[in-house]
Design a protein around this ligand. Structure first.
Ligand SMILES: Cc1cc2nc3c(=O)[nH]c(=O)nc-3n(C[C@H](O)[C@H](O)[C@H](O)COP(=O)(O)O)c2cc1C
Ligand SMILES: Nc1ncnc2c1ncn2[C@@H]1O[C@H](COP(=O)(O)OP(=O)(O)O)[C@@H](O)[C@H]1O
Ligand SMILES: [Mg+2]
Length: 226
């Protein structure tokens, strides 16, 4: 059960990811148990857990990172904050678009609240850090309170290839006393992820900053390779 008490607002080293991060996972977006959007109001793109065999020491838990989606199937316009799906036809199989990199929060494990028997990798994609966070609570706005936030929703992109770089660990997966308690902890995860990724040591993974080590550029290039 989740321990009582406040949460750290930020996690991971200030200077940027340290080994074993970044952890690279890829795969087509597959169907999950259909609970994310319907029961929690939090859509999660599930990818096969197969790639985890490369990281036998990676524990189950909640993580933050960055994702890109195959631009022949899904295009996200950062300037306009709009997303568009592309039908899967042969002539669409070449894209001149550069994949947009977006911040993400994810869980790896057995969802103790639902007692799954198979391990899943579930990624909630958030808006760019330059856009307002839908999961932030504002003391000055009484409309923003736990339970009233609307999580980020994109058009469905099932079967689209997704590349993910996990950059840091947030917490273990827990069981909860209620769905509301689970949703509120995931809301806080989104905020912890955004605050953690907004630090200078992580900026090069999200932005086309040239003033970063070649190793960061190489990770960014991998993320955009489909
Ligand atoms: C950031 C994040 C944190 C999560 N933390 C937990 C958790 O602590 N315990 C749990 O049972 N499930 C956790 N989940 C998983 C949700 O229960 C899961 O996304 C939901 O069951 C939807 O599953 P589905 O994709 O199979 O429909 C988390 C999901 C996300 C995205
Ligand atoms: N912000 C988002 N992050 C991740 N997936 C999203 C998002 N918005 C919409 N989706 C879509 O919603 C689907 C997941 O919904 P979910 O309710 O978790 O179903 P499932 O149980 O099949 O994973 C994803 O596969 C994706 O196509
Ligand atoms: Mg899901």
């Amino acid at each position: 059960m989740r321990p009582a008490g406040p949460r750290d607002p930020v996690t991971g080293p200030e200077s940027g990811p340290e080994p074993p991060y970044p952890v690279r996972l890829s795969g087509p977006v597959i169907k999950g148990f259909g609970r994310g959007s319907k029961e929690l109001g939090i859509p999660t793109a599930n990818i096969p857990p197969d790639g985890l065999s490369q990281y036998p020491d990676l524990q189950t838990g909640v993580y933050y990172g960055v994702v890109a989606l195959d631009p022949t199937r899904f295009i996200y316009d950062k300037e306009k904050s709009t997303a568009q799906t592309v039908s899967n036809t042969a002539e669409n199989n070449v894209s001149t678009k550069t994949p947009t990199i977006l911040p993400a929060v994810l869980s790896i494990g057995y969802n103790p609240f639902y007692k799954n028997t198979i391990r899943s990798v579930e990624i909630h994609i958030m808006p760019p850090l330059s856009s307002p966070s839908p999961t932030a609570l504002h003391a000055s706005d009484p409309a923003t309170k736990p339970g009233s936030v609307v999580f980020h929703k994109l058009p469905d992109f099932y079967s689209t290839n997704l590349n993910l770089l996990i950059l840091g660990y947030i917490r273990p997966e827990y069981d909860y006393i209620s769905v509301d308690a689970l949703v509120e902890d995931i809301r806080v995860d989104c905020e912890v992820a955004r605050t953690s990724l907004a630090r200078k040591g992580y900026a090069g993974y999200l932005e086309d900053d040239e003033d970063v080590p070649d190793s960061v550029k190489e990770q960014r290039n991998w993320l955009r390779t489909f």
